[in-house]
Design a protein around this ligand. Structure first.
Ligand code: TXA
Ligand code: MG
Length: 328
């Protein structure tokens, strides 16, 4: 059964189609990375500005030298230690990488995902699969096949269903094209794990927040407004919001005592649980009709740093000047 689904996905990719597929982080919207026409379909389906570069997904680390040149030792070490897994390496692009993939940049993002169906598809396909998260531009990333269907529906030729994503936040992006490895986006691999592999500190793009092109302030936002509140202040803030007539949902690691009219989303437990549940809970809050989500951020360590980054973006003002798509 699964083999048949993988075969259909590979056939769709070879025919220039769009295939949504599970990864350990979030679902991706994939197309043959060597085909400019196929890659252009991704931007059309997502409503994403063409200047935003895409990650090329590979079935094996040995393919890095097909897609990148001047690959530094640090990149080899990180690939050996973290692939397959939630790490994207930004490297100097090889000549064959279409401009449609890189947004015209001289660099390319590469990753070998750890999800079994994704790996089976990529290995059978043999080439690179360009894929952003399989959501409409600016929306919450999808962590189930149903999320993809709800967001993109008929724009996708085939959705491979691998169940819920096990990590739940996107890959960590590390730029290896400069003198110091630099984290452009915190994600599934904690920064200290990268430092342990390299044996020295890595740089963080300003404030540890996402600096990858296309990482706009209001990314990852549900329809509801998101407020970040310390655990000790939740009860008072929720009470005030309810009194002002809001429908409030609360997202936190531990259960919090709340007025009965507030929607308590299931407690996520710890930072890993937070990462796994984050996008599903933001979507659930929308479905339940909440107009405000009060979120208690986890400690900003390990994968908690990626959760805090996404929560800050979800809570960012929606009509800020930075909301406009960036130029090339
Ligand atoms: O976990 C993930 O990374 C998921 C799954 C599907 O693999 N993909 C994902 O893709 O999050 P997307 O397109 O939603 O986010 C990719 C980010 C974008 O912000 C983009 O700017 C950045 O990666 N990126 C891609 N290529 C880059 C490059 N050459 N230089 C700098 N940033 C790059
Ligand atoms: Mg995305």
């Amino acid at each position: 059964m699964l083999d048949a689904a993988v075969e259909r996905a590979v056939a769709a990719l070879r025919g220039g189609g769009l295939v949504a597929f599970p990864t350990e982080t979030v679902y991706g919207l994939g197309a043959d990375a060597s085909s400019p026409a196929a890659v252009r379909r991704i931007f059309a389906a997502k409503g994403r500005p063409p200047s935003h570069p895409l990650i090329v997904h590979l079935g094996d680390a040995g393919l890095v030298d097909t897609w990148a040149v001047d690959v530094p030792r640090d990149a080899r070490h990180l690939a050996d230690a973290c692939w397959p897994g939630p790490l994207t390496l930004v490297l100097h692009r090889a000549a064959l990488v279409p401009d449609e993939v890189t947004g015209g940049r001289e660099t390319v993002g590469l990753r070998v995902p750890a999800q079994p169906l994704a790996l089976a598809m990529l290995r059978r396909f043999g080439g690179g699969v360009a894929a952003p998260s399989a959501n409409r531009f600016g929306r919450v990333s999808p962590t189930t096949a149903a999320d993809v269907a709800a967001d993109l529906g008929p724009a996708v030729d085939l959705i491979l269903d691998g169940g819920p994503c096990t990590v739940g936040v996107e890959s960590t992006i590390v730029d290896l094209t400069g003198p110091t490895p630099t984290v452009l986006r915190p994600g599934g691999i904690p920064v200290d794990a990268l430092e342990a592999v390299l044996g020295r500190p890595v740089a963080l793009a300003a404030g540890g927040e996402s600096r990858a092109p296309g990482m706009l302030p209001s990314h990852y936002a549900p329809a509801a407004r998101v407020e970040l509140v310390a655990a000790a202040d939740v009860a008072a803030r929720v009470t005030a919001l309810l009194e002002a007539g809001h429908h409030v949902a609360v997202l936190s690691e531990a259960a919090v005592a709340l007025p009965p009219t507030a929607v308590a989303l299931p407690p996520v437990g710890d930072a890993e649980g937070y990462a796994r549940a984050l996008y599903a809970h933001l979507r659930l809050a929308d479905r339940l009709g909440a107009d405000v989500v009060v979120a208690v951020p986890p400690a900003e360590v390990g994968i908690g740093a990626a959760v805090c980054d996404r929560l800050r973006k979800a809570a960012a003002p929606r009509d800020a000047p930075g909301d406009e798509p960036e130029g090339p």
